[in-house]
Ligand binder design. Structure first.
Ligand code: COA
Length: 199
């Protein structure tokens, strides 16, 4: 049985992470709509995304949280909580071995401001300190340099390449698997707190 985590917002210096609510459909759809060109090369679900897709995502996200299957967080600026910046999600890939995975995206007109790294750091903290994982993984398409930088800056180790792992727009992408162990998280925690990327 996967661990349950609470649904209160998590705060950093600039961000608020919270579970999705039914009323988020419009702001989620708008954020994806302005970001299609940047999301489409890397994420398989983006093609043909419309308001109905956003509606289904929110419905499924609420159900997945309640059933402890996955935890999707809406990323919002603390000073503008109605603006959708992107998503970060964490879920178990092995309950037996305490392994989880994180996925994320940031809207195009807000990239390059450190929000991706900040939200991922918050999700890593949730993984180790709330879900009590032993290992957190990221899967990053080969060539997705920005995402690789997030993994590197958080001290993840590249464990290798999975060939033709995901089909995006009819194109097969190789994925690299990156991991961080619990023992590697605690020594860096104070640095993230000092930088304000976690509370
Ligand atoms: C990958 C992604 C989440 C990064 O979000 P972000 O908010 O820009 O992340 P950060 O600001 O923390 O930047 C991460 C790195 O990318 C670099 N970067 C960001 N925007 C950039 C730009 N426009 N040009 C060049 N480099 C850029 C940053 O400099 C940073 O590297 P650094 O730490 O060495 O400075 C975002 O670009 C995105 O959503 N991409 C599409 C979806 C995706 O790839 N998701 C991840 C799947 S694994």
């Amino acid at each position: 049985m996967a661990t349950a985590i609470h649904s209160h917002p998590r705060l950093s210096r600039r961000l608020l992470l919270r579970p999705f609510k039914r009323r988020d459909v419009a702001s989620l759809h708008e954020a994806i709509d302005v970001s299609i060109a940047d999301l489409q090369p890397w994420l398989p679900w983006v093609s043909g995304y419309d308001r109905g897709s956003a509606q289904r995502f929110v419905r499924e996200s609420v159900a997945a949280w309640a059933e402890h299957r996955a935890y999707d967080f809406a990323i919002r600026p603390l000073d503008q909580p109605e603006r959708h910046l992107g998503n970060v999600s964490i879920w178990h890939t092995s309950v037996q071995n305490d392994i989880g995975e994180i996925g994320y995206w940031i809207r195009s007109d807000e990239v390059g401001r450190g929000y991706g790294r900040e939200a991922t750091t918050m999700a890593v903290q949730i993984g180790f300190e709330e879900l009590h994982l032993h290992k957190v993984q990221l899967r990053i398409a080969v060539g997705n340099i920005r995402s690789e930088r997030i993994a590197e800056r958080l001290g993840f180790t590249n464990e290798g390449t999975l060939r033709d792992e995901v089909k995006v727009d009819g194109r097969w992408l190789d994925h690299t698997v990156w991991s961080l162990l619990e023992a590697e998280w605690w020594p860096q925690r104070d640095r993230h707190r000092a930088e304000g990327t976690i509370a």
